[in-house]
Design a protein around this ligand. Structure first.
Ligand SMILES: CC(C)(COP(=O)(O)OP(=O)(O)OC[C@H]1O[C@@H](n2cnc3c(N)ncnc32)[C@H](O)[C@@H]1OP(=O)(O)O)[C@@H](O)C(=O)NCCC(=O)NCCS
Length: 287
């Protein structure tokens, strides 16, 4: 019986093996998101900030790893999950997801998976949600400097100190993103004001009318967790301006989201649906 050692320290994994495994996690269809293997110099960022690694080793061998971006309060996103081809079929992938589910149980958990992995996902307890459409776009650093057109009278601000708990709560609740079991102040501090979680805010005068939140490792992957525009300001281009703003801001990384099926027309020009991928999630077990 092989004993696996589980760790969250990136040092637990031999770096060359880890780079190979990361590349292996994005074989086949996933190539469309990542043209290149990450560099060893990227690893500190990829497993730092809001991104947590979980590594399984057997002796010197790296057997599996997962990378999860989390605010530890509302949302977690599994950026990658990969078992080394020599170690597949032994229940390690399932155990990896079990560990993720235990560790991030207080948050909702999201993952985009190739449709070919659906059986595995169901065995782990994660659920395919047809209403969540896996969407993604590869890095295009040229867009980083592109100027973002903004509707007249609207300002896009990237300074999260401009966000108040009341304004955030008002806009979120106006579109049905209800805050439960925690105060708006707590959400502001824990979900919006963390160093590696980024927000772009849309103001009309002094009034907050829209906001978007992105988790990023700053080098390889970013994940849009929410975007919303107050109903009084919808269909005026505010949401598109926010989306273009985050696309430019994170143009040096791939950008992913799980779009609500009914908002696909909105996301499509910037973060199109990824054919062959499925959006899966699990609700938090917060009481
Ligand atoms: C989705 C949302 C952010 C769009 O913001 P917005 O400022 O209204 O978007 P824009 O004005 O930039 O829309 C640009 C285009 O996107 C499409 N679009 C916008 N909202 C849409 C919706 N709810 N359903 C379908 N298409 C939509 C339309 O093609 C629109 O062009 P049109 O006005 O010429 O028809 C906003 O409707 C919203 O806050 N919805 C509730 C929260 C939500 O569902 N967020 C997404 C998942 S996190």
């Amino acid at each position: 019986m092989v004993e696996y050692h589980w760790s969250s320290e990136v040092e637990a994994a031999h770096h060359d093996s880890l780079l190979d495994l990361i590349e292996g996690a994005f074989a086949g269809e996933a190539r469309e998101f990542f043209a290149e293997k990450p560099e060893a110099s990227d690893l500190a960022a990829m497993f730092g900030g809001c991104a947590i690694g979980i590594f399984a080793t057997a002796g010197d061998d790296l057997v599996a790893y997962a990378r999860v971006m989390s605010d530890h309060c509302m949302c977690s996103w599994i950026a990658e999950l990969c078992v080394h081809p020599d170690w597949r079929g032994k229940g390690i992938g399932r155990e990896l997801v079990t560990r993720i589910r235990e560790r991030f149980a207080r948050t909702a958990i999201y993952i985009n998976v190739p449709a070919t992995d659906l059986d595995f996902i169901h065995k782990t307890g994660l659920l395919y949600k047809p209403k969540l459409v896996a969407s993604g776009v590869r890095a295009d650093p040229r867009l980083r400097t592109s100027s973002v057109p903004v509707p007249e009278g609207i300002r896009i601000v990237r300074d999260v100190s401009m966000l108040t708990a009341e304004a955030m709560e008002e806009v979120c609740e106006s579109v049905g993103f209800t805050i439960r079991n925690v105060t708006a102040e707590e959400i502001l501090v824990r979900c919006w004001q963390q160093e590696h979680i980024h927000s772009d805010l849309a103001f009309a005068g002094d009034r907050l009318v829209g906001l978007v939140r992105v988790f990023s490792d700053g080098v390889r992957s970013s994940w849009l967790s929410e975007i919303c525009v107050h109903p009084d300001w919808q269909r005026k281009g505010v949401g598109t301006a926010l989306l273009k703003s985050v696309r430019a801001r994170f143009a040096h990384t791939a950008l992913f989201t799980e779009a609500f099926a009914e908002t696909l027309d909105f996301f499509r020009p910037i973060i199109p649906a990824a054919p062959g991928w499925l959006g899966c999630s699990l609700k938090s077990v917060r009481k």
